[in-house]
Design a protein around this ligand. Structure first.
Ligand code: 5GP
Length: 193
């Protein structure tokens, strides 16, 4: 997605050897017009796929996922990271190791929001080693629902996430694919859409 790549080049900052900071438009402050384009681009691609739910993980997946859900006209569900006493029935959980926070946490979705009839599109802001997406897939499968694809805003292709997900039989569709960082600059490879 050209517009996204241009925005990453303009406003993204490379931190260390493997982190891209995009907090001015995606992970902290959010540019709704860019999110709307992200929503349109994914929904164009998946409009014939029979998607019934969009699933993401809090917090940074929520903004793009909501715009995708709006365009596909289906509900968006975000997995929660903290335990919540109001979630007291039929909780589906998975353990997820966070690449940026370097801690393992239990993420959960209330089972009542997913059923075996659901065809789910997972959306997340980043794909690094694939642990967030793997946890979401586990939860969706516990509900008996099927995962149609994993849609990623920014994939770091030099990390293992895509390989892990594809080896598990999943389809990964990324809007921007970072091949490498070179002297603090982002070098892309061809994106999926
Ligand atoms: P994974 O689970 O694929 O290893 O990592 C994906 C998750 O870690 C995403 O949900 C995202 O929140 C976070 N993440 C991974 N890499 C980056 C990065 O380079 N920049 C930012 N801002 N978040 C990242």
């Amino acid at each position: 997605m050209k517009l996204l790549e241009e925005r990453i080049l303009k406003d993204g900052n490379v931190l260390g050897k493997d982190i891209l900071k995009v907090d001015s438009f995606l992970t902290h402050q959010v540019d709704y017009s860019l999110m709307r384009e992200i929503g349109r681009t994914f929904s164009q691609h998946f409009k014939e796929a029979g998607i019934t739910k969009v699933v993401t993980i809090e917090a940074s997946g929520i903004a793009p996922a909501l715009y995708v859900a709006e365009q596909l006209d289906v509900p968006m569900i975000f997995a929660k990271k903290a335990k919540n006493i109001t979630m007291n029935e039929g909780i589906l959980t998975a353990e997820v190791y966070s690449f940026t926070k370097q801690v393992t946490s239990t993420v959960s979705i209330a089972g009542k929001f997913l059923s075996p009839e659901d065809h789910v599109l997972i959306i997340d802001d980043f794909l690094a080693n694939g642990q967030a997406a793997k946890g979401l897939i586990e939860i969706i499968q516990q509900a008996g629902a099927s995962v149609e694809a994993v849609g990623i805003v920014i994939e770091k292709s030099f990390q293992k996430g895509r390989e892990l997900l594809e080896n598990a039989g999943q389809t990964v569709v990324s809007l921007a694919r970072v091949e490498r960082f070179e002297d603090g600059k982002v070098i892309f490879k061809e994106a999926d859409i």
